[in-house]
Design a protein around this ligand. Structure first.
Ligand SMILES: Cc1cc2nc3c(=O)[nH]c(=O)nc-3n(C[C@H](O)[C@H](O)[C@H](O)COP(=O)(O)OP(=O)(O)OC[C@H]3O[C@@H](n4cnc5c(N)ncnc54)[C@H](O)[C@@H]3O)c2cc1C
Length: 557
């Protein structure tokens, strides 16, 4: 259990400073957990703040199609089930209704032919062989957080969530992590040996999808993307081989697996990463009244551009339904509260007087729980409802709800102009006045630091010169009528169009966006031709195919 009192010192940075627990309680109340609110910026975490979330299923149609599945002979499924050391859930199974769900309930109407919970690489090999033999789609799934619903489909889901061990070697400063491990379990287990891996905020995101597409997190400016820390991985390819890829073996697959995106080259079963000793960490959260929004965003851009690598932060412009509009900056500093307080001064001087602010140090695991929106939860509770930590006590203890949402992303290479800032503010105000029952907004997550010291072609993750990633998102509920869902998506598209003149044409492949037209260029840029070559080499028959999978030929030679 978490302690009832703050675990670190609260450092004053202004007259309105309060302690962290009081601050978060006040912020939660101000933002209204029961009103419309968005899944708001991935780095804002998966729960807790500004996200409207639901446990019921929705009936929205899936965004993808793959192979059409004729019902198979039940005996074939039986034989597959008996051959697995894990388990197979068929549509007739009691757990099927939950087993088929992704995090985003927008895709809850997709009915896979079966969900195979693979417990080993051999299970994965059997599943791929089965799917190919019967001509059905084979779709990998780890944490199930694909924005585009690309980890479900009508065929066989190859779920790796039971492959969730974390083996740390503090002497060698490395760890081996099962492909289905959720981030909160990575943080929990690594921290027990004093180690960390830089990764994302949302606790239930899977290490596989995150790493394969990059992996942005709150200590990323100091330690790099998750994929930048990858040393080696094991992948079952379409031909059923289990291949190790690293700097000296299958080096092209290793290159492609660091940012080339999930679901493209095979099913990863395990990752080995370099890890770091846990340093002192300090968090901050600052809110301003909405009229300051343009000044805050302008000041944040200038401030983050000159920040030390140790300092990561974001800037959020939010419409929180009936609770109004909010502008906020959150951050994590690798260092002391006293040093961070000094670093914040020029930002505050430019941004104007906050309405509330908090700066305080916390132990690493608790910092990650706070960033995950799990401030008052145990690690076991900090999982999706129906799941839990990989311990007998943790099984089924998860309390986090799923969500229905849509999002678009782009990279900001150099600071937005005054007109660009004004367009962002206007877009959020338009959501608030146009569809006040919805939540949503725009979040800017700092890049730079160690992320930008890697050459664009050194790994498949090409976005190495951005000031920040910009994500626009909105969410809705199962009770919302189709007109409201259409209004949410319409706002998203109009906002993206109005912001396009101010941002680059690139987008983060882990915020995979089914509405993006030039998606291959946007995700991969100059790395696309090499990714196509790797796809041809490891999956020449395009077995691992979805609407935005890497093609076997260049879309525009
Ligand atoms: C609420 C939320 C918060 C997020 N926060 C962050 C964040 O802080 N930082 C960040 O960088 N990103 C963040 N993301 C984006 C996240 O990184 C991507 O959605 C990622 O792809 C999710 O991985 P997953 O394993 O959970 O998802 P899945 O849906 O299981 O997989 C994503 C893709 O990878 C494929 N895949 C899954 N497992 C495997 C495997 N074993 N081998 C090969 N391919 C596989 C799937 O087929 C799918 O195409 C967030 C997403 C959400 C929904």
């Amino acid at each position: 259990m978490l302690p009832d009192t703050p675990t670190g010192p609260d450092t004053p940075i202004g007259p309105d400073t309060t302690n962290r627990r009081q601050f978060l309680h006040r912020a939660a109340a101000a933002l209204g957990a029961t009103t419309s609110a968005a899944l708001f910026g991935s780095l804002a975490g998966c729960s807790g703040q500004l996200r409207r979330s639901y446990t019921a299923s929705t009936t929205t149609a899936p965004a993808q199609t793959t192979t059409t599945t004729e019902p198979l002979d039940p005996a074939a499924w039986s034989a597959l089930a008996q051959s697995l050391s894990g388990s197979l859930v068929l549509p007739t199974g009691a757990s099927y209704a939950t087993a088929k769900l992704l995090y985003n309930l927008q895709f809850a109407a997709t009915d896979p032919a079966a969900v195979a919970y693979c417990a080993s690489a051999s299970d994965v090999q059997r599943c791929i062989s089965f799917a190919r033999h019967h001509g059905i789609a084979a779709t990998p799934r780890a944490g199930g957080h694909s924005y585009g619903g690309y980890s479900t489909g009508p065929g066989l889901l190859i779920d790796v969530s039971r492959m969730n061990t974390v083996a740390a070697d503090a002497g060698a400063m490395r760890c081996t992590i099962g492909a289905g491990t959720q981030l909160v379990d990575v943080y929990d287990q690594l921290s027990q040996t004093g180690l960390l891996l830089p990764a994302g905020s949302c606790p239930s995101v899977g290490i596989a999808g995150l790493t394969l597409g990059g992996g942005i997190g709150v200590v990323g400016r100091k330690y790099g993307l998750t994929c930048d820390n990858l040393l080696s991985l094991d992948t079952v390819t379409a031909d059923g081989r289990l291949l190790t890829a690293n700097a000296s073996q299958n080096a092209d697959l290793f290159w492609a697996s660091r940012g080339g995106g999930g679901g493209n080259f095979g099913v990863v079963t395990s990752f080995t990463f370099a890890v770091h000793r846990i340093p002192e960490l300090t968090l901050f959260t600052i809110n301003w009244p909405w009229p300051a929004a343009a000044d805050v965003l302008g000041a944040w851009q200038a401030w983050t551009a000159s920040a030390p690598d140790e300092l990561w932060s974001n800037c959020q412009l939010q419409s929180a339904g009936s609770d109004g509009l909010n502008v906020r900056s959150n951050g994590v500093f690798v260092g002391s509260a006293a040093t961070l307080t000094g670093l914040l001064r020029p930002f505050l001087a430019q941004a104007g007087t906050p309405s509330s602010q908090f700066v305080g140090s916390d132990p690493y695991l608790h910092t990650m729980l706070v960033e995950a929106g799990c401030e008052n939860l145990t690690v076991s509770q900090c999982h999706l409802t129906g799941s839990g930590a990989a311990t007998p006590a943790g099984a089924g203890a998860g309390t986090l709800p799923r969500s229905s949402f849509a999002a678009t992303s782009a990279y900001v290479i150099s600071a937005l102009s005054t007109a660009g800032v004004a367009t962002c503010v206007q877009a959020v105000e338009t959501l608030h006045t146009g569809v006040p029952e919805l939540g949503g907004g725009i979040v800017f997550d700092a890049h730079g630091g160690a992320i930008n010291t890697v050459a664009p072609g050194a790994t498949a993750f090409v976005h190495r010169s951005a000031l920040c990633a910009m994500q626009t998102s909105t969410s809705w509920g199962p009770g919302d009528p189709p007109a409201t869902v259409d209004a949410a998506k319409g706002w998203l598209q109009k906002s993206a169009a109005s912001l396009a003149p101010f941002v680059s044409r690139s987008a983060y492949q882990n915020y995979i966006d089914p509405t993006l037209v030039d998606w291959a260029d946007a995700y991969y840029g100059s790395n696309l031709p090499r990714l196509v070559q790797v796809k041809r080499r490891y999956d020449p028959d395009d077995v691992f195919h979805f609407a935005q999978s890497i093609p076997t030929t260049l879309p525009h030679p």
